[in-house]
Design a protein around this ligand. Sequence first.
Ligand code: TNX
Length: 526
Amino acid sequence: MYKLIALLLLAFTASAQMPIPALIPAPQTLEPGTGSFAITAQTRLAILTPVADVRRMVMDNLPGIPASDAPKLTRAITVRLAPVAGIGPEGYDLVITPTGVTLTAPEAAGLFYGLQTMRQLMPVAKTVRGQSIPALHIRDQPRFGWRGLMLDVSRHFFDKQFVKRYIDQMATYKFNIFHWHLSDDQGWRIQINSLPKLTEIGAWRVPRTGSWNEIENPQPGEVPSYGGFYTQDDIREIVQYAQQRNITIVPEIDMPGHMMAAIAAYPALTCGQKQVLVPTNGKFYKVEDNTLNPCNYGTYLFIDKVLTEIAQLFPGPYIHIGGDEAYKGFWSGCEECKTTMTVNNLKTVEELQSYFIRRVEKIVQSKGKKLIGWDEILEGGLAPNATVMSWRGMKGGIEAAKQGHPVIMTPAQFCYLDLYQGEPSAEPSTYSMARLSTSYSFEPVPDSVRADLILGGQGNLWTESVPNNRHAEYMTWPRAFAIAEVLWSPKNQRNWPDFMKRVEAHFKRFDAQDVNYALSVYNPIV
Ligand code: TNX
């Protein structure tokens, strides 16, 4: 009798409709099935590809389930590399029934994302075995090929372990670009063997009080007390770590402005050749001290050396050269620049900046890479093959697309992760506002431009006021959930109330993983 009841109960749970799972980003299509698939000690992985890297990737993402090459497996999780009609390289098809799971994708990237979806279907637990996943059929692929997050490691340094953890979180939410802002005024963070002072001097700063004058005149006995950098071995390790998670790293070396750390190490890079120190965050420093001299051959030799090593370290196709907020006014008072402008018939400092970026583009291309810059590189004329990252709203991106250039949309009001996300008096100090609901309403493709030129978008975490790991996570999540969904899921499926329910479920996952996030979404603006 009891056996019969138990059997009936089992049959009932197996056939009951499970709730629609809280997936972020939402998949392209999801048809709920009946019942669920239980992962038991008997479950085996049938990986139908001989490619060793792919087999390892599958096993890493479903740890504890043994792979088997036995020809007839029952109740198996079958993973196949095979074409699926209508599904591109990052897409996948996932069928879950009570008797088996089949994940099919045309490429390893799609399998990886199918596995991320499977992991999200499981409540967070240390082991995969023992979990049940709901029966369903998902066909999924991203809306955009560029789904990025940017981390500024100059204004505050984030170590290798943190960067890997950040990359893990990104991969879970199907981001595929990690834009690594490796240099800025407040610190140079990547070892360059041919220019050792960049990290011996440029990676370290002395906290100061007072005005910029004191920064120019160091006091004897002061020692650097804040800083850090990645060795080239660290970089190679992180590049490989990201590659295993379908994440391409886009390194950024910001020039000609935002260069004070490099200038502190090599003062000859500026017109005045003045000795400066690596500045601290929030302290006054003269911006004209942070700008390279675009009119001296030595500057281009320096850039060539840096980009030679950058190109060797990062296998991805792009190098980001910054280009934002350069203090160009200073150049018109520089004797060398007066000559350069006359000889090259450059009428304005904007044209001089464009001359600089064009020369840098030639260097980037000589290393086999493509140039990306912030939207200021439009001023004075775009370099011929540049990709533009639009941050001052969408207008720079629209203008670049009209000129036929590829664009990444990252307008500050939707995509900046360093801004307030709730009532400022209840939040860590920063400036301006980007609510979760605002980030969720971001639409990367404006009317009036060729949609194929909009590669995608990204969230940017600037860290002037983000001093540590927990704070970086707090600023990133949940806004990066919204950006992940904007960049992956179909536009017409966006649904704020449903998204908020799923955000709640993912907060619980983060609690279990000890990842920090902001609850400020509940915090009304007064
Ligand atoms: C502008 S966005 C900057 C950064 C700052 C950021 C602060 C951009 C290309 N430049 O240098 O960190 O604002 O939100």
